[in-house]
Design a protein around this ligand. Structure first.
Ligand code: 5GP
Length: 115
């Protein structure tokens, strides 16, 4: 399990965030330091540290995160132009907040492979 992180505080509404979607298991909010015109973080409320901590019992919430990402992409107008959905696992991959999250990035072109 993740230790208390800034995202735990956002889930608990102890610090503000620009929330775009919430249900009992999933929260989505705008990234505070956006790397693209559209940059949303989709997180399970369960405090998993990263994708490597997820188990079969988390399959439903992980699936729900993916579906929320797809719906938000449509609502935010990037479904047609394209978007990137990514999670960073570990510091070498660029993870800085150790509560599992998926980045939904859109509104510009992205290079592949990532740097
Ligand atoms: P990571 O680098 O772990 O893959 O992504 C963490 C993301 O969380 C970063 O893009 C960063 O800008 C974002 N972030 C960090 N602190 C906060 C915060 O307090 N509020 C919001 N909305 N985003 C945050």
């Amino acid at each position: 399990m993740a230790d208390m992180t800034i995202f735990s505080k956002i889930i608990a509404k102890e610090i503000p965030a620009d929330i775009l979607y919430e249900d009992e298991e999933v929260l989505a909010f705008k990234d505070i330091n956006p790397k693209a015109p559209i940059h949303v973080l989709i997180i399970p409320k369960k405090p998993l540290k990263d994708i490597g901590e997820a188990t079969a019992e988390d399959a439903a919430v992980l699936g729900r995160c993916m579906l929320v990402a797809g719906k938000l992409a449509k609502n935010l107008g990037v479904a047609e132009s394209g978007y990137r959905l990514v999670t960073n696992k570990g510091e070498a991959a660029g993870q800085t907040v150790f509560h599992l999250h998926f980045h939904l990035l859109g509104g510009r072109d992205f290079s592949w492979p990532p740097g």
